[in-house]
Ligand binder design. Structure first.
Ligand code: ADP
Ligand code: MG
Length: 571
């Protein structure tokens, strides 16, 4: 007896669903992309119970006639490619003819559609049964996906809390709306409006509609044209930098995609403008000849590759710092290398000292050295100079020397100072200037009573203030030491994006971040007196040898190390 069976269609659809439909947000993405492909100018999406109960996507697009409506639920039924040749010039978003049958195989699927010419169709699909009835002939399509994954318990179990699923759906919706500013989107979760875009064609307006005024007013436009690609969009000013990468939105030929290399380039290009571990908020559109793009890397089409990636990377590395530093930009002009990378040049221009080459030898941490040589670290250092305006050179009393990273040292000092202030002074005040925090809708979805309570325990009391905004009603008095807004935003970031609910820990993390912001920067000249004061202060800290993020503050070279390097030992 042969052992090979042909899978029946419902089983093969379920397998395909496993690849494309991971969670409610993937359903939204597929359905909305279909609406976009059908030239809709208005798309409404509603979500209930995190998308487990109902996902409704309604559009005013071309709709389908009876034959198409029935065919649409068959696997590999697509109106978007008919020959192999078409595969190489795909411009529409969907093209595999897999989404609808996949979704229908793992849900109770209901569709109302009409092309506006003939009588409309109402189609219900449930467990391989497809029913079709006449319906209104109003042009457009409304799809309702109910009880997602009811028949695939493993998938269902894998779904996260409503808050997390909602946040993912909002992320997807925000990206779709940013990619299509000419379409009026509205998105509600459990009847609560998350955002509504006007569809007037301006991406900046979509940014305003979705993220609020604080974001939209802090964006710098960017444009660049060359034969291989076009870049347009907005660069968030460093002031609105974020503590995660979710705000790096890259759209390729109108599709939100993850381009790992390009994302890294964007982060790198912002490096000199942002504090460590802050990430830019950007919305960038790339237009590239479709033939150069390989979207078939993954069935969800989220990650892509293309052949001119390296060239694009270089352009971003040059262009972004130029715009951020306020240099007037000549669109499409060949970039003048002399005008760029100022910071790098100033370092190269400095005379190379002997010490500089030495540094490359050993990177032992102070603790390691103390341990391995079993000597008590010397606690008396004398500052003798500074390298790169960044590292303080100091000699110790045993004939060795240390390099102190002045930024890391100042971070440690500030961190311990603020932590101390926070622990001895719990006094709460109202912010001096009214403080309103605008939230991204997907983050607002993460604001739960539980998280608000954790915030309250750190001394920050928030009250809802309009759509996606909160008013800071109470704040600890010592937070005045920082920029109060940034401190609250930092706290929020920590509370919303981690599932740690230890208020003290969250407060300390926020303090660590703020200490870093407030600290002495690299590239800052200090007098010998200032250097000495910094070292002395550092050594009074509880944990002087690392910064609050765990990086070393001091690297030490003992007399023994020096002798070894100059081959003066072992004779
Ligand atoms: P694909 O988008 O890859 O073609 P789908 O399974 O997503 O595959 O959709 C199958 C077909 O159903 C599409 O090619 C399109 O012709 C039709 N269709 C799906 N959604 C809509 C819609 N909202 N409006 C009009 N036609 C649609
Ligand atoms: Mg599709």
């Amino acid at each position: 007896m042969g052992k090979i069976n042909l899978l029946d269609s419902s089983l093969s659809n379920m397998i395909a669903a496993g690849e494309v439909i991971e969670r409610p947000s993937s359903v939204i993405k597929e359905l909305v992309e279909n609406s976009i492909d059908a030239s809709a100018t208005m798309i409404e999406v509603a979500l209930y119970d995190g998308g487990r109960r109902n996902i409704i996507v309604s559009d005013n697009g071309e709709g389908m006639d009876r034959r198409d409506a029935q065919l649409a639920l068959k696997r590999h039924a697509t109106s978007k490619i008919s020959t192999e040749f078409d595969l190489f010039r795909i411009k529409t978003l969907g093209f595999r003819g897999e989404a609808l049958p996949s979704i229908a195989s793992v849900s109770r699927f209901h569709m109302l559609t009409s092309d506006g010419q003939s009588v409309g169709s109402e189609i219900s699909a449930f467990e391989d049964e497809i029913e079709c009835h006449d319906a209104s002939s109003k042009q457009g399509t409304t799809i309702t996906v109910a009880e997602l994954f009811y028949n695939t318990p493993a998938r269902l179990k894998y779904l996260k809390s409503d808050y997390i699923e909602n946040a993912s759906s909002l992320e997807v919706m925000a990206r779709l709306a940013l990619a299509h500013p000419s379409i009026a989107f509205s998105f509600t979760i459990d009847e609560k409006l998350q955002f509504k875009t006007t569809g007037r064609g301006q991406q900046l307006e979509a940014i305003l509609n979705i993220y609020g005024a604080m974001s939209a007013t802090n964006m710098l436009p960017i444009t660049f044209v060359c034969p291989d690609f076009k870049i347009s969009g907005y660069l968030g000013k460093p002031d609105i930098a974020k503590s995660n990468r979710y705000y790096i939105v890259t759209l390729l030929n109108g599709r939100s995609v993850f381009m790992p290399k390009v994302q890294t380039a964007i982060i790198e290009a912002y490096r000199d403008f942002l504090a460590p571990v802050r990430f830019p908020f950007v919305v960038l559109n790339f237009e590239i000849e479709p033939a150069l793009v390989d979207v078939n890397v993954h069935p969800s089409k989220r990650e892509i590759r293309f052949s001119k990636e390296e060239a694009l990377r270089q352009v971003l590395l040059d262009l972004i710092p130029t715009i951020l530093s306020g240099t007037p930009l000549l669109a499409a002009a060949p970039l003048n290398k002399e005008g760029l990378n100022r910071n790098e040049r100033s370092i190269v221009d400095e005379p190379q000292s002997l010490l500089e080459t030495e540094v490359a030898y050993g990177q032992y941490s102070f603790d390691e050295i103390a341990q391995s040589q079993n000597i008590k670290p010397s606690l008396v250092f004398q500052a003798i100079g500074q390298m790169h305006g960044t590292y303080i050179v100091a000699v110790d009393e045993h004939g060795g020397f240390v390099l102190v990273d002045q930024h890391a040292a100042a971070e440690r000092i500030n961190y311990e100072k603020f932590k101390h202030l926070a622990s001895i002074n719990e006094y709460i005040i109202s912010p001096i200037v009214p403080l309103i925090i605008d939230m991204k809708p997907s983050e607002d979805a993460l604001v739960t009573p539980e998280r608000l309570a954790v915030l309250k325990q750190t001394g920050v009391l928030l009250e809802p203030f309009g759509i996606h905004s909160y008013k800071v009603v109470e704040i600890p008095i010592w937070a005045k030491e920082f920029d109060e807004r940034q401190y609250v935003e930092q706290l929020l970031d920590d509370v919303l994006h981690q599932d740690k609910f230890d208020p003290l820990k969250i407060r300390d993390e926020a303090i660590a971040m703020k200490s870093c912001k407030r600290s002495l920067k690299a590239n800052q000249r200090l007098s010998i007196g200032e250097m000495q004061a910094l070292i002395d202060k550092l050594l009074t800290c509880q944990h002087p040898y690392t910064c609050p993020h765990g990086r070393p503050t001091i690297v030490s070279f003992s007399k023994y190390d020096l002798e070894k390097m100059f081959k003066r030992t072992g004779f």
